[in-house]
Each structure stands twice: as structure tokens, then as C-alpha cells.
Design a binder for this molecule. Structure first.
Ligand code: A3P
Length: 299
């Protein structure tokens, strides 16, 4: 996004993000009922925020009053590092609805102890690295200052393969949460963007169950799950006025959060040598972990 990245404890982040993470470590006290949504940038954060919000607070609003019909998901589910703990401020968390819903891009090893020690839950959403890279590259070029000039895809790929992306390396980030999910599946749910695209209904049931608010048979029969998936769909969210012209996070406009929302768009950008370069790094870094990705859309 045009801000310089610094390496801190093995991960890359802009200075304000590191500052915010430290403040979070020192001041945040997790409640057992908290739910924390985690992603690397461009893995579907906005979508996950909308889905978790819609599921968790579904009894609070009638359909026509749902804030997701008018507000950007980033205004409804605050990022620790871009909002709550940003700019050396200590947030007043008492106004947040209960159970509290937060989001972050920070790596597992940077999370405050109280998140680890409490019974609060973490939902991680991961996306295949080829689409994440392409999405990140587009986003970088939209968000970075003109004076810096555009970033070429070749350079974007090189940086990605070196692990130099916001909150990267991508593989360390994903593996941090992947391994926790294997160790403590009741603590960390690991979702994949491609699975959400493939079978949203099934994934929404998993998510609701994990967050402690499973759908009842009656809700399922009454189409509540379909309603939530429609409410949070790319088409619906990207066509909201607030997402065409509004701003939710300091650095960029909401419309930059919605581009294509597909699996496999990398095929339109990455050449075979580029795919090889990326795959080689991923194979090396992820080998033996059991973490794999779907790269192609379901036909
Ligand atoms: P593309 O650039 O591939 O289109 P993040 O929210 O983490 O910033 O991720 C942005 C990516 O998620 C973008 O991917 C964006 O289009 C996609 N996206 C945003 N909302 C979505 C939704 N409701 N469903 C599916 N994808 C969505």
C-alpha cells in the first residue's frame, strides 16, 4: 500500500502496524466469548467479516435493518491494528456488541497472551497463493501513492516469493494458524476462500457451529443460511453505495476491496515461469505441513 515495511520478529509490517500490535499485546484482555477473524491481506477479509457478523448477530436485526445492507464490513468488525489500537490510541471497547467480534492480519506469534489463554475463538481464512498474489498486486497498485509509480507484476511476485508482503511471509502466516488448528481445533477454525466459493452453505454451518451459534433445523428450513450467503455475496456487497464511494480504513477507498472475487483469476496474469517460481517457493515452505490449496474454479 505504499508504506515501507519493516521486519519484526520474522514478519513484515508497516511501522504503525507493529506499534499497534505491541499496544494490543500490552493492553488487550480477551473475553471467553470473543471471536477473532484473521487473514493475510487479500484473502477475503471483507467477506469473512460480513459472514461472521451476519451469523453471530442474526437474532439482533430483522433483514431490512441489517447493518450489512448499508455499512462496510470493516466499519462493523474493527481491525485491531488499523482501527482499535492504531495511532497510539487505547480504544474504548465497552460499546461493542456482545459477543465481541474483532479482526486482524497479525501473525499468530504476535497475538496477546490473553487470546491464547482465554477460551476466545479464532477463525482463520486462507486463500491460494496465486490468487492472493494477483489480488495483492492489484490492490497495491490501486492504493499506493502515484509518486511511487506502478509496481510491476514481476517485482510483486519477487517480493511475494521473498516473503515481503504486509504481515508476510504468506507461508509463515498461514502455517502459524494452520498448526494451531491442528493442535487446538476448538480454538482455531481454518477456512479456505476456495471452499467458501465451492460450498458456502456447508462452510457457513461450520462457521456458525464453531462460533457457538449453530443454525437450527428451522433456520435452515426457512432459508436463513441462503439469505446470509446472499447478503454477503460479492455482488451484494460491491454494489452498496458505501462500497462504491466510501472510505473505511485510512489508507484506501472501499471500492478497492472489491475487484473480481473469483477463484483462478491468476490464470489471466501469471505466465508459466511465474507460476513455477511461486510454486517452487510454496512447495518448499509448505512441504510436510499438509496445507494444500485449490487453484482452479469449480465448474
Ligand atoms: P480479488 O482481487 O481477487 O477480486 P480482502 O477482503 O482480504 O482485502 O480481500 C480482497 C479480495 O476478496 C478481492 O479479491 C475481492 O474482490 C474479494 N472479495 C471481496 N468481497 C468478496 C465477497 N463478498 N465474496 C468473494 N470475494 C470477495
Amino acid at each position: 500500500i505504499g508504506l515501507p515495511l519493516y521486519q519484526y520478529q520474522g514478519s513484515w509490517c508497516h511501522a504503525k502496524g507493529i506499534e499497534a500490535a505491541l499496544s494490543l499485546q500490552n493492553h488487550f484482555h480477551a473475553c471467553d466469548s470473543d471471536v477473532i477473524l484473521v487473514t493475510t491481506p487479500k484473502s477475503g477479509t471483507t467477506w469473512l467479516k460480513a459472514l461472521a457478523f451476519a451469523i453471530l448477530y442474526r437474532h439482533k436485526y430483522t433483514f431490512s435493518q441489517n447493518p450489512l445492507l448499508t455499512d462496510n464490513p470493516h466499519d462493523l468488525v474493527p481491525f485491531f491494528e488499523f482501527k482499535l489500537y492504531a495511532n497510539n490510541q487505547l480504544p474504548n471497547l465497552s460499546d461493542l456488541p456482545s459477543p465481541r467480534l474483532f479482526a486482524t492480519h497479525i501473525p499468530y506469534s504476535w497475538l496477546p497472551e490473553s487470546i491464547n489463554n482465554s477460551k476466545c475463538k479464532i477463525v482463520y481464512l486462507c486463500r491460494n497463493p496465486r490468487d492472493t498474489l494477483v489480488s495483492y498486486w492489484h490492490f497495491t497498485n490501486k492504493a499506493r501513492p502515484e509518486a511511487l509509480g506502478p509496481l510491476s507484476l514481476e517485482n510483486g511476485l519477487d517480493l511475494f516469493c521473498k516473503g515481503i508482503t504486509g504481515f508476510g511471509p504468506f507461508w509463515d502466516h498461514a502455517l502459524g494458524y494452520w498448526n494451531k488448528n491442528l493442535e487446538r481445533p476448538q480454538k482455531v477454525l481454518f477456512l479456505k476462500y476456495e471452499d467458501l466459493k465451492k460450498d458456502i452453505k456447508y462452510q457457513l454451518k461450520r462457521l456458525a457451529e464453531f462460533m457457538g451459534c449453530p443454525f437450527t433445523m428451522e433456520e435452515e428450513k426457512n432459508g436463513v443460511i441462503d439469505e446470509i450467503s446472499r447478503l454477503c455475496s460479492f455482488q451484494r456487497l460491491s454494489s452498496l453505495e458505501v462500497n462504491k464511494s466510501g472510505k473505511s480504513i485510512d489508507y484506501f477507498e472501499n471500492r478497492t476491496l472489491f475487484r473480481k472475487g473469483e477463484v483462478g483469476d491468476w490464470m489471466n496474469y501469471l505466465t508459466s515461469p511465474m507460476v513455477e517460481q511461486l510454486d517452487e517457493v510454496m512447495e518448499e515452505k509448505l512441504s510436510g505441513s499438509g496445507l494444500t490449496f485449490d487453484m482452479y474454479p469449480q465448474l
